[in-house]
Design a protein around this ligand. Structure first.
Ligand SMILES: *Cc1c(COP(=O)(O)O)cnc(C)c1O
Length: 399
């Protein structure tokens, strides 16, 4: 049997590892040695579970979307991560990591953010735990994501605008790593997805795996079997997808479909279709598929969705794609928008633009009438209203 989980060295097949500057070796090694023990300990599990229940609002519902099911000719369940506190799956991870940071005696939290969702989720748990919080955010993103910047500030975080490179997520991540290098002893870096040096991809996947744990129980109740035929999720760095598929990785009855951002089309030069266009390389501490030119320079990604606009992908997902365990589809901006307006009008749920990419994949898969499909609705669309209002006429006044 193939192995889809991380090995002792932090690898998923050829991808993963921990490529960090000398000065961070100690901090990363310490985390590698401690994370499993902490996560599996009784006190951690108790506090983590209690906060997920009483603070985040878990378990998130598994909702049978009737009209959507009828349209696509199968049974479609939506895993409602959009109903979590702060509006997405990201809070599962930040709660877990801040508990780990506290256990390791760290005083100061840093994070990177693109659209601001991970920044808000981090600032939220820092307020909750009374910890200092510094969030690095590209200056371009600071300007176009003002509501999230204001939220982080109201929550007590310091938002540092990053002016290097394209002034977006990749540059914010570089800057966060630089900060970590200057304060390796007292600072804990909360990474927002299944990326970064080992153990981050595995640690984040485990913290998000509560999603598939709940899916198993909820399907057992609703379908009298604990597995679906298909799992669908969008991938930016890969954390919501990792959580959705975690407990099904070795169950070959379950087909995995991942949707990445096709932007204006994968041949347009404006996309973030990392798995289809990327080549093996090292970015932000691990080996994975990376969008790069012939000289190994990182290419600027593009997607209408800020949460998928990243030139890399988690090593776990690169491995799932390479081994054929997951099917990866590129969903364009327009396909995602169409799917978002469709879900809104048919089910009364406005999805995040990222989640709309997973919805956009529904039209690309041939389902059988009896198929049970679980699609992870990673977040809600409040933050995307400006984009939706700008595009609404193009998608709703037709036919
Ligand atoms: C950040 C974000 C994503 C993308 O990140 P992953 O780590 O790939 O899950 C997807 N959906 C929403 C709602 C997000 O906020």
């Amino acid at each position: 049997m193939k192995c889809y989980h991380v090995n002792e060295q932090g690898y998923y097949g050829e991808f993963g590892g921990a490529f960090v500057p000398e000065i961070l070796h100690k901090a990363v090694a310490e985390l590698q040695q401690q994370y499993l023990r902490i996560i599996e300990s009784e006190p951690f599990q108790q506090t983590f579970r209690q906060l997920l229940r009483d603070y985040v609002g878990r378990p998130s519902p598994l909702y049978l979307a009737n009209r959507l099911s009828e349209k696509y000719g199968c049974k479609i369940y939506l895993k409602r991560e959009d109903l979590n506190h702060t509006g997405a799956h990201k809070i599962n991870n930040t709660i877990g990591q801040i508990l780990i940071a506290r256990e390791m005696g760290k005083q100061r939290i840093i994070a990177e953010t693109g659209a601001g969702q991970h920044g808000v989720a981090t600032a939220t748990v820092c307020a909750l735990m009374n910890m200092e919080c510094v969030v690095y955010m590209g200056k371009t993103d600071v300007e176009r994501q003002q509501p999230n910047v204001r939220k982080m500030q109201m929550l007590g975080a310091t938002v540092v605008p990053v002016t290097s490179g394209n002034m977006t997520l990749k540059d914010a991540t570089n800057e966060a790593i630089r900060d970590w290098c200057s304060h390796p002893a007292d600072t804990y870096y909360i990474i927002g997805s299944t990326v970064g040096p080992h153990p981050y991809p595995d640690m984040v996947a485990r913290l998000q795996s509560v999603i598939s744990e709940e899916i198993r129980q909820q399907l057992q109740e609703k379908e009298q079997r604990d597995y679906p035929d298909y799992l669908l999720a969008c991938v930016g760095g890969g954390s919501n997808a990792a959580g959705t598929i975690y407990h099904y990785l070795d169950d070959e009855r379950v087909k995995i479909v991942l949707a990445e951002a096709g932007g204006k089309g994968i041949d347009s030069g404006e996309s973030a279709a990392t798995i289809q266009l990327g080549k093996s390389g090292i970015l932000h501490g691990s080996r994975s598929l990376v969008m790069q030119n012939e000289d190994g320079q990182i290419e600027e990604p593009y997607s209408i969705s800020a949460g998928l606009d990243y030139p890399g992908i988690g090593p776990m997902h690169a491995h799932l794609a390479r081994t054929g365990r997951a099917t990866v589809l590129a969903v364009t901006d327009d396909e995602a928008l169409r799917a978002a307006f469709e879900l809104t009008s048919m089910e009364g749920i406005i999805p995040a633009l990222e989640s709309a990419h997973a919805l956009g994949a529904l039209a690309k898969v041939r389902f059988d009438p009896g198929d049970v499909v679980v699609l992870n609705l990673s977040g809600r669309g409040d933050k995307d209203m400006e984009t939706y209002l700008r595009e609404i006429e193009r998608f709703t006044n037709k036919d």
